[in-house]
Design a protein around this ligand. Structure first.
Ligand SMILES: [Zn+2]
Length: 262
């Protein structure tokens, strides 16, 4: 009986294991990518119903251009990619499972150029392609409750389970508030995001430059994005150290350099 239980446990782990893109790491995810995408789609609709979409034409066209290039680099044609600019002083950005991206106008003023914007979008997209939302759901709820609670979200009820799931996707109970990912998820998103930035044709060296500048400028009261994406010196160092490994991707790309000044 015990042997059977142990056997089933391993079968379960095997079924639930996914390999994350670019990094090739294994992770336990018990939700399917389609289920996560459905949750992402609903959470995105909820965010958009509560926030104001910004109509700054220059920033919007930049976001569409950079977003589409990062999406192509992520090689997920099955995703329902969307890129919205949200009117808010918050210095923030996120990507929900299935490719639903939001960039807040507050962070646009921090970007010096298109490549820095690409680095942030690449990082956020990496959280989605590496299934970090699904990993959090798996950890937070466990398989059984996860599957039951999934019905609650799809059913649209404003239940406690729904709040737990939204939190696992990265959104706070107060929609728009973004919850921090674990440090290992952050490091992985940095690494995969760097590959996407380079492959999309943007100078990957701008990633560590952005974090350095952002951390320096935000000394004192850290903005939301910095509290969920702590910019420690080890993070910047890790990004600088890894740039060499993505220069091959950059060489093969259309090479837009740092792109347009923002
Ligand atoms: Zn992150």
């Amino acid at each position: 009986m015990r042997i059977k239980a142990v056997f089933l446990f391993f079968v379960f782990l095997l079924l639930g294991c996914v390999t994350t893109p670019e990094s090739g790491r294994r992770a336990l995810v018990l939700t399917s990518e389609a289920e996560e995408a459905e949750m992402g789609r609903q959470a995105y609709a909820e965010v958009l119903s509560k926030e104001r979409v910004a109509n700054n034409p220059k920033w919007n066209s930049l976001l569409q251009r950079v977003g589409q290039r990062i999406a192509a680099a992520a090689r997920k044609p099955g995703y329902g990619w969307e890129f919205k600019l949200i009117e808010s002083k918050e210095k923030n950005a996120f990507c929900l499972p299935g490719g639903k991206v939001a960039v807040y106008t507050g962070i646009m003023t921090v970007f010096e150029n298109e490549a820095q914007m690409a680095a942030v979008i690449g990082h956020e997209v990496a959280h989605a392609t590496a299934r970090h939302g699904g990993q959090r759901i798996t950890v937070a709820l466990g398989a059984q409750l996860g599957m039951t609670a999934l019905g609650a979200v799809v059913g649209g009820e404003d239940s406690k389970e729904k709040q737990v799931l939204l939190a696992a996707l990265g959104l706070g109970a107060n929609v728009g508030a973004i919850l921090p990912f674990s440090r290992s998820n952050e490091t992985e998103a940095d690494e995969i995001g760097l590959v996407y930035t380079a492959r999309a044709g943007y100078d990957p060296r701008e990633a560590s430059r952005f974090w350095e500048k952002f951390a320096k400028e935000s000394g004192g009261a850290p903005p939301t994005f910095l509290s969920t994406h702590p910019s420690s010196s080890s993070r910047q160092e890790n990004l600088r150290n890894r740039v060499g490994s993505v220069m091959g991707e950059y060489d093969r790309s259309p090479k837009y350099g740092t792109g347009e000044r923002i």
